[in-house]
Design a protein around this ligand. Structure first.
Ligand code: ASP
Length: 344
């Protein structure tokens, strides 16, 4: 390997960026990766060695499962020493889930793992895919003068913004500004130059890079809403196959204060289930001490998720529960910031 030249492994998993219209029914379907590189000759102009790996089968990210995260993590682990960075081409629909999960699975990450994709296929005239791909490759290969990587984090790059993966959420189904990290400024912005926000970029604190593959997916999500029925709340909070429930609450972490609701929450907690309070709002954090309706949840045994996103809470629970059967241990880590996913 040429030590002076950066190297990036481009991992193509599927998604709109590499899709083509099916001539028969006009739906978008994944196409061959070789053709994707032909569409972006600009990549050859970088002084970066780019190798590629294509998933088989390519998938629309609506079909992403934890097994795919494990496959990605293994691929990064097996190629970790051979590349300076990784770019993952991924559908936008579940990109924030995948980037969040990988951020937990890759402990003490010392290299960039940049997820990107596009709203328009790369072959279309007004595609956003080219710019997203080219900048992602540049960021994945970027090094500081001392040779260390600029951004050793799992990130999402989209429409000029580099966002921490486990802070990101898809906010627009059709516009090019599809992703935001509402509770954290971008890690970098691409204009004439790529301006890095070095104050908030995380760096490994010296521990050895470690890949965690065990995930426990026994998590449900309960989104509270006016008119929610007792039956629905019971089904989700007391479900026998569920080990944890993310409760998506109003505002600062508030939920209905009716007795039947709180009784079910208490019953769920007393059965040992892990209950995490995450706000439905894009900005701000859960504070269960602010209103009586929030405090009742805290008293019933619900933990506060701070400003964590639902996508990140899901990945964090899968990861923590996969590492231990002891719910007390999971609780001890749940409210802690592990990968920059919550603000203190
Ligand atoms: N359905 C597509 C996917 O997530 C959408 C996209 O890539 O933007 O794979």
């Amino acid at each position: 390997m040429n030590k002076d030249k950066s190297s990036v492994l481009l991992i193509y998993t599927g998604g709109t960026i590499g899709m083509k219209e099916d001539p028969v029914d006009q739906t978008l379907r994944p196409f061959d990766f070789g053709a994707l590189l032909e569409e972006v000759p600009e990549l050859r102009k970088f002084d970066i060695r780019i190798d590629s790996y294509t998933f088989d089968p390519l998938i629309d990210s609506s079909d992403v499962e934890p097994a795919m995260w494990q496959q990605l993590a293994v691929l990064i682990r097996d190629n970790y020493d051979s590349y300076d960075g990784f770019v993952v081409l991924h559908g936008t629909d579940t990109m924030a889930y995948s980037a969040s999960a990988l951020s937990f699975m890759l402990e003490n990450l010392g290299k960039p793992v940049i997820f990107t994709g596009s709203q328009l296929p790369i072959g279309r005239p007004r595609t956003d895919g080219k710019e997203n791909l080219i900048s992602s490759v540049e960021i994945a290969g970027a090094r500081k003068p001392d040779g260390s990587p600029m951004v050793p984090e799992v990130c999402i790059f989209f429409n000029s913004l580099l966002l921490r993966g486990n802070r990101s959420t898809k906010v627009d189904a059709t516009g090019f500004e599809a992703f935001r990290s509402p509770c954290l400024p971008p890690l970098a912005e691409a204009g004439i130059d790529i301006r890095y926000n070095n104050d908030i970029i995380r760096r490994p604190s010296g521990g050895e890079f470690k890949v965690h593959l065990d995930l426990d997916t026994r998590v449900s999500i309960l989104k509270v809403h006016p008119g929610i029925t007792r039956q629905v709340v019971e089904d989700i909070l007391l479900g026998s196959l569920t080990r944890a429930v993310i409760i998506e609450t109003y505002g600062c972490g508030n939920a209905p204060s009716r007795d039947w609701f709180l009784d079910i929450v208490k019953e769920s907690a007393s059965r040992g289930k892990l209950l995490l309070n995450v706000t439905q709002c894009l900005r701000g954090k859960v504070n269960m001490d602010l209103y009586a309706t929030g405090r009742a949840l805290g008293n019933a045994g619900v933990l506060g998720g701070g400003d964590i996103t639902t996508e990140s809470a899901l990945g964090k629970l899968f990861f923590l529960m996969g590492n231990t059967n002891d719910n007390q241990r999971v609780k001890a880590f749940l409210e802690k910031d592990l990968r920059g996913e919550i603000s203190n």
